[in-house]
Design a binder for this molecule. Structure first.
Ligand SMILES: [Zn+2]
Length: 292
């Protein structure tokens, strides 16, 4: 568990696995860089055996101000994920892991998705008798309006593939239909005394990040502003599948600057062990401090 002021933050794991080949994801990397980075990359951020990057899929459970807040909702079980064998048709005891830290679905007050990609919305809903219903019956779900608009448009387009459609229809549309969603848009938006929502578009049009302040200490929940620490060393290296590659780069620098300037404890969506750390701004760029 991590403490930031009076906030307690726990990682709820879904999976932590080798996923995509590093050289496919980051074709910019040179042999010299690979050798230079290997001491910190292996074994927690890179699997030398397969040549794949390790990605964690997790939620951040946040308890602050008497509220129980879940940040990002992973892939979910029994979801068809073409092209992603490591996340296809999972059967993970995610809800049991929540229960193990004393949280039942009905205890969750707020679910916040940094963006509406398939690996951040999975547990929003659960299938009951063939119908997708909210997993967390008492929660308000915070989504960004630009993402809802963007994926609604894709959903209405018959030319688009079925993978993201399933995600949106199964994990987002039911929340909207049950009237459980609060949509935020534009710049900074205050959720409560502790949390501000700020925009960081580019990976998706409505990607947001969450800034926490409690008793003078700061945290930032940054979702997929970067997937891997290589992108802290090289902020221009994008992970594939962005809605706007240049916007993604600009948002990465904006969020890195914010994290460095506030000395925030940073909680990304997929970075490997120890899963959270800090960012230092250097003369030439940024240096991550994520020591296990
Ligand atoms: Zn993701």
């Amino acid at each position: 568990m991590f403490k930031v002021g009076e906030a307690a933050i726990t990682r709820i794991e879904e999976t932590f696995l080798p996923t995509y080949p590093l050289r496919t994801i980051f074709p910019e990397i040179t042999d010299a860089q690979l050798e230079e980075y290997m001491p910190w990359m292996a074994p927690h951020h890179y699997d030398p055996k397969s040549g794949c990057i390790l990605l964690s899929v997790h939620s951040w459970l946040l308890k602050v101000g008497g509220q129980t807040i879940l940040i990002d909702a992973c892939c979910g079980n029994n979801k068809v994920k073409p092209g992603r064998p490591f996340w296809h048709m999972l059967n993970e005891p995610y809800l049991a892991r929540l229960a193990a830290v004393g949280v039942k679905p009905e205890d969750v007050d707020v679910v916040m998705c940094t963006h509406l990609h398939h690996d951040h919305v999975g547990w929003n809903t659960i299938n009951r008798d063939g119908k997708w219903v909210p997993t967390f019956p008492n929660a308000r779900y915070v989504f960004s309006r630009p993402d809802v608009d963007y994926f609604s448009k894709i959903d209405a387009d018959p030319k688009e593939g079925p993978a993201e459609l399933g995600t949106f229809r199964e994990c987002v549309v039911p929340i909207l239909e049950y009237g459980k969603a609060d949509l935020v848009s534009g710049g900074a938006h205050r959720l409560n005394d502790f949390i501000e929502i700020d925009s960081a578009p580019g990976h998706s049009p409505g990607h947001v990040f969450f800034k926490l302040e409690s008793k003078g200490e700061r945290a930032a929940f940054v979702g997929d502003v970067w997937h891997h620490l290589l992108q802290v060393h090289h902020p221009d290296w994008n992970f594939p599948k962005n809605s706007d590659v240049n916007q993604a780069r600009a948002s990465r620098r904006k969020v890195l600057d914010h994290c460095a300037a506030t000395d925030a404890l940073v909680f990304p969506g997929h970075v490997g062990l120890p899963f959270a750390g800090r960012i230092e701004k250097t003369q030439s760029g940024y240096r991550p401090h994520f020591q296990p």
